[in-house]
Design a protein around this ligand. Structure first.
Ligand code: UT7
Length: 332
């Protein structure tokens, strides 16, 4: 039997309608459109408004479209993985909530928490389920409602994040397309530099954790910046060399969208031309696990079967990695 690969057969995403501009952020904290644009590259981000609406709402929207695009009945789905750091509740999983809302009854469902690296880690996990030969239809959902854990009185973090979720269908193929390779890494040295301190089992919620704003993202930006630049660049070069690819062989580079300067540094290290790099940070900001599927979704029409695509992400943990993907279809 030929080797099985896991191929993306459909993609969709959901970004909420509400646009939070840099000018609006400037009314909340001491910042400016000029600072955010030049230091980070973000002009606006989307925010999911409304009471009692969590990340599963966005996941369900994206999944509905993926099922439609891939002509899949809900009962055919065997696994639902939701890579998110902002599930609706600590439990049950956001994946189980999406499944229920989507009529998916024959699948096992679970969340993965790998912060901004969620999509690349999820792709490796889902890909190996497919390669085992046991599963034929897996939904990988990735993204966050970052507005639910953002402190809008902190100028260090409030301009950075937005809300969005992407979803892909993964299926087996004997063709040489799909997930070709993955290099994933974690280094717990990142713990103090990027975290949400309270709300877990170490510091459960109480009045003081709320008063101290410990249920929102804390980041030492400069340290994270340095690690993000070197880790994403190194792992991208490593996966390209390991797979004997030349830069000319690459059709697309899809970096996590946290900071335009990080994207640009990684691009230069790889020596890949700007027109091959997917960038939409200006419109959506950092949607954590959502950034990479949001890019692939926006570029779907331009992607062609057989295109060589490198995905790379970096996030809390620290966690980071790269995936070498051969795109699986031409958009009809
Ligand atoms: O997605 C997960 C991984 N996360 C990342 O990859 C993010 C990595 N880090 C970054 O992208 C950048 O470090 C930030 C965008 C978070 C910050 O940019 P920076 O260029 O590293 O700024 P900084 O933190 O070194 O601050 C420089 C100055 C400081 O003022 P002083 O001390 O030089 O007077 C800050 O207080 O900029 C100030 N500053 C701001 N000024 C206006 C920080 N935030 C703001 C702001 N508006 N929003």
């Amino acid at each position: 039997m030929k080797q099985l690969h896991a191929v993306i057969t459909g993609i969709s995403a959901y970004a909420p309608d509400y646009i939070l501009t840099n000018d609006e952020i400037s009314k909340l904290v001491d910042t400016s459109d000029e600072w955010i644009t030049t230091r980070v590259g973000i002009k606006e981000r989307r925010i999911l408004k409304g009471e009692a609406i969590g990340v599963s709402f966005m996941g369900t929207k994206a999944v509905a479209d993926v099922l439609l695009k891939t002509d899949t009945k809900p009962d055919e789905v065997e696994v639902v993985i939701f890579a998110t750091t902002t599930p609706d509740h600590p439990f049950p999983s956001a994946a189980s909530m999406v499944a229920e809302a989507s009529g998916i009854k024959n699948a096992f469902c679970f969340d993965m928490q790998v912060a901004c690296s969620g999509f690349v880690f999820g792709l490796e996990v889902a890909s190996n389920f497919i390669k085992s030969g046991k599963y034929k239809k897996i939904l990988l959902i990735a993204g966050d409602k970052m507005s639910s854990i953002t402190n809008y009185s902190d100028r260090n973090t409030s301009p950075l994040f937005g809300d969005a979720v992407g979803a892909v269908m993964l299926e087996p193929t004997e063709e040489k397309v799909g997930v070709m390779d993955a290099i994933l890494r974690t280094d717990g040295v990142g713990y103090p530099y990027l975290q949400m301190k309270a709300g877990g089992s170490k510091y459960p919620a109480n009045h003081s954790t709320i008063d101290n704003n410990e249920h929102t993202v804390y980041q030492e930006g400069k340290v994270v910046f340095k690690y993000a630049v070197s880790s994403m660049a190194d792992v991208s070069v490593e996966i390209v060399e390991k797979n004997n690819l030349s830069i000319d062989d690459l059709d697309w580079f899809v970096p996590h969208q946290a900071n335009m300067r990080i994207i640009e540094a990684a691009r230069k290290r790889l020596n890949i031309p700007k027109e091959k790099v997917m960038v939409n940070i200006q419109k959506y900001g950092n949607t954590s696990a959502g950034t990479i599927p949001m890019c692939l979704w926006e570029w779907e029409d331009k992607l062609k079967k057989g295109d060589n695509v490198i995905l790379t992400a970096f996030g809390a943990g620290f966690s980071w990695g790269a995936i070498y993907l051969k795109w699986g279809y031409d958009t009809k």
